[in-house]
Ligand binder design. Structure first.
Ligand SMILES: Cc1cc2nc3c(=O)[nH]c(=O)nc-3n(C[C@H](O)[C@H](O)[C@H](O)COP(=O)(O)OP(=O)(O)OC[C@H]3O[C@@H](n4cnc5c(N)ncnc54)[C@H](O)[C@@H]3O)c2cc1C
Length: 406
């Protein structure tokens, strides 16, 4: 039993275009929900789902119109990502890195123009996919600033790169991979665009949740990268150009985990409305303690989703100079949403009771999947520090601001 409700929730859709896209995505999500248990059990990569997304054209929706894409805003991308995750979290997270990165490159202009055009055209014409693979065992989360052990050595016309990346989501389908590497003979770190065909995938992804994301290790052995594919060269502590857009695209992460939580919410509400043990003359949905839990779930989802879509709208409307200033609030969305999502799945299982533990129901998979959100960036402690620093700076600025009488 998938427990998946086919019809999408249109509460946050603003335009006819968004409704139309959401409905198309919801049809695929329903299909993905039927495949999800098998991919989860086998830890197999959902090539079938990715092909369906290519066939719909979804992989090019965040690409600029100038290169044949649909140029959808962040807000619309999140509607689609959340809906996909309601069907299958793994597929949503995997494709989310691709559509998110294409949005990130559109806003940050981080790639040299000819490389950007080459990547965009490959997405539009062949359905090519991209992700950034930066995590290594020795660095842990790259957001902490550790130097990669992957190394780039200067050779004629370019670079040779050797190293190993972990947590490389979408790896079985990647055509383009942005890897970080320490530049031999210097303190600098580079971001290099590597072709998927040039790396070896080592199938290490055997984990508790998000098992169908294909987040295997990738190994680079003396991979040649031409000069033009050195995208950024950063001195220690410096951010790459790609990181100077405020990171709105990374809201695909909270959207994914909210979608997973909504799947649990839908299934639990339906269960509560239809399950009537013979000790009761009505379904359990009428019991006060069940309604209390359902109400708590609604509160958590409504507040996290409202914050996410409000920030997405602000991000879309902001100027390129204003966008980086939204970083603390965008981080707040991630922390609020992923923690709320964990709590919602937990509450859903309490509503259903012991049947929620059964493998033939969706809850135990959602319970495993939703945990992964805690370990996607930005991490909670980083967000709380950012918010604290933002509060200190904001109050200081107002204290020092000249006061004008009304
Ligand atoms: C489903 C999934 C998909 C992913 N996909 C990708 C991907 O496509 N590409 C990619 O590059 N990565 C990906 N990642 C990796 C992710 O971005 C993190 O790098 C990874 O989860 C490790 O983060 P961590 O905090 O657990 O690890 P660590 O950084 O090793 O941290 C371990 C613990 O130590 C603490 N800690 C470590 N260093 C510090 C520090 N300097 N300051 C304070 N506390 C610290 C952490 O808070 C944590 O409690 C993915 C992860 C998951 C779970």
């Amino acid at each position: 039993m998938t427990g998946h409700i086919a019809a999408p929730d249109l509460w946050f859709a603003r335009t006819e275009d968004e409704v139309r896209r959401l409905q198309a995505i919801a049809r695929l999500a329903h299909r993905f929900a039927e495949r999800a248990a098998r991919h989860d059990e086998e830890a197999s990569f959902p090539h079938d789902n990715i092909q369906d997304l290519r066939d719909l054209g979804y992989v090019r929706w965040t690409v600029p119109r100038a290169f044949g894409g649909d140029e959808i805003p962040l807000y619309t991308m999140l509607l689609c990502q959340e809906e996909l995750a309601r069907g299958d979290g793994s597929t949503a997270l995997a494709i989310g890195w691709h559509v998110g990165m294409m949005l990130n490159l559109r806003f940050s202009h981080a790639f040299p123009p000819e490389v950007y055009e080459e990547v965009c055209r490959s997405v539009v014409q062949r359905g090519s996919l991209i992700n950034s693979c930066a995590t290594e065992p020795a660095t842990g989360s790259p957001s902490r600033g550790g130097r990669p052990q992957t190394t780039a050595t200067r050779v004629e016309g370019g670079w040779r790169i050797t190293g190993r990346k972990t947590f490389s989501t979408l790896s079985p389908a990647l055509d383009w991979i942005l890897v970080t590497a320490g530049i031999d003979g210097s303190e600098d770190v580079g971001e290099f665009l590597v072709r998927g065909a040039d790396v070896e995938i080592i199938e290490t992804w055997n984990v508790m949740g998000m098992r169908a994301t294909g987040s295997h290790d990738i190994v680079l052995r003396d991979v040649f990268v031409p000069d033009v594919h050195l995208i950024a060269r950063m001195a220690p502590g410096q951010r790459s150009a790609r990181n100077q857009d405020g990171g709105g695209w990374m809201l695909h992460i909270p959207a994914c985990y909210l979608g997973i939580a909504r799947a649990a919410r839908d299934a639990a509400v339906h269960y509560a409305a239809t399950y009537q043990p013979n000790s009761l003359s009505h379904p359990i949905a009428e019991l006060p303690h069940i309604q209390d839990k359902l109400g708590q779930m609604e509160l958590k989802l409504l507040s996290a989703r409202t914050l996410m879509y409000d920030l997405a709208r602000r991000y879309d409307e902001a100027s390129p100079e204003q966008r980086p200033k939204l970083r603390p609030q965008l981080g707040a969305v991630k922390t609020l949403a992923t923690n709320a999502a964990v709590e919602v799945v937990d509450l859903a299982m309490r509503v259903v009771g012991a049947r929620s533990l059964w493998k033939d129901m969706v809850f135990e998979r959602l319970y495993r999947d939703v945990r992964a959100g805690l370990h996607n960036p930005p991490m909670d402690d980083v967000v709380l520090t950012m918010l604290a620093r933002h509060a200190l700076a904001e109050v200081k600025a107002r204290v020092e601001a000249p006061w004008e009488e009304a």
